[in-house]
Design a protein around this ligand. Structure first.
Ligand code: MN
Ligand code: MN
Length: 305
């Protein structure tokens, strides 16, 4: 490994700006996540707020309810409403010029799951405290696992935190939510990471569900796209690069029929990665808290706090 150069002030400023916007929008979500609220309206409003504040969504607003751990985002005609007593995870990404803040919180509409929420929240705090250059990722996972188990819950073992690069939400290094001895990669200075403990009263594992409303570009130069699809593809590449997007964002630009066709072709030709919803295998309730932390020039800054 070559010696890392200093992180430029301009880059740090953009990370901090993205973090501030993500924090404000995440905290606002508590006011609009209510029983009976439309998931489409909640996500649209949060994404609109990100843009109003000068940022861009780094991925579609995720609103994952109860045993759905992650990756649910509404379609443009989604009529789902938030059920009473739901455990709702809001997971948001903001970027400024490709510099990303990724943050999540859980809202317990019943107030019956205080400890489930506290388990993932405290695990996150403990991991942030432990985080420093040179530490191995599994040591963070070990801390997370210990805290969550102390509360009597299980960490979700197949969901992880991650390093972040410019325009790359998952940049290669994973931060496990348990003491995974295979996670030997070391955290380094001048690195942005997202830590996101998930706690559950289920089995501690997720499987892919049938719904998939989040995608990202997998092939930069796909062949075999018809002209109509190619135009949609070019728009996605220009607007979102390799960041995740949802067809909901394309409908106002291209119309429902055309988006449906283009999505079908791009999925079939493996032009896109598909991110199905992730469901807890024991149908347990899942809580999640997430912050983005910037290690820069010897400092540790939680950009989303
Ligand atoms: Mn996230
Ligand atoms: Mn994340």
């Amino acid at each position: 490994m070559v010696e890392m150069e200093e992180m430029p002030e301009e880059v740090i400023r953009k990370y901090l700006e993205a973090g501030r916007i993500a924090r404000e929008v995440r905290d606002y979500s508590e006011k609009i996540v209510k029983p009976g609220a439309s998931v489409l309206e909640v996500c649209s409003e949060l994404e609109r707020m990100i843009v109003e504040k000068g940022g861009s969504p780094a991925f579609p607003c995720n609103i994952s309810i109860n045993e759905v751990a992650a990756h649910y985002t509404p379609l443009h005609n989604d009529e789902t409403t938030i059920p009473p007593d739901a455990v709702v995870k809001i997971d948001l990404g903001v970027h400024i010029d490709g510099y990303i803040a990724d943050t999540a919180r859980t809202i317990d509409l019943s107030d019956k799951h205080v400890l489930l929420l506290e388990a993932s929240r405290e695990a996150l705090e403990k991991a942030i405290e432990t985080l420093k250059p040179g530490i191995r990722a599994f040591e963070l996972g070990l801390q997370i696992e210990r805290v969550i188990k102390r509360y009597g819950f299980k960490p979700v073992r197949n969901l992880t935190g991650h390093s972040i690069d410019r325009f790359r939400i998952h940049a290669g290094l994973s931060i496990p939510n348990y003491g995974d001895r295979f996670s030997v990669s070391k955290i380094s200075d001048n690195m942005a990471v997202a830590i996101e403990p998930f706690a559950t009263n289920g089995k501690g594992l997720t499987r892919e569900g049938k719904i998939a409303n989040i995608f990202s570009v997998a092939k930069e130069n796909p062949r075999k796209l018809d002209e109509e699809t190619r135009e949609v593809f070019n728009y996605i590449v220009e607007k979102y690069r390799t960041l995740p997007f949802t067809p909901r964002w394309l409908v106002p630009v291209f119309g429902e029929k055309r988006v449906e066709h283009a999505m079908r072709v791009m999925v079939k030709t493996k032009t896109l990665y598909v991110y199905p919803i992730l469901v807890e295998v024991g149908r347990g309730l899942v809580s999640q808290f997430e912050h983005t932390i910037l290690l820069a020039n010897g400092d540790k800054i939680v950009t989303t706090r």
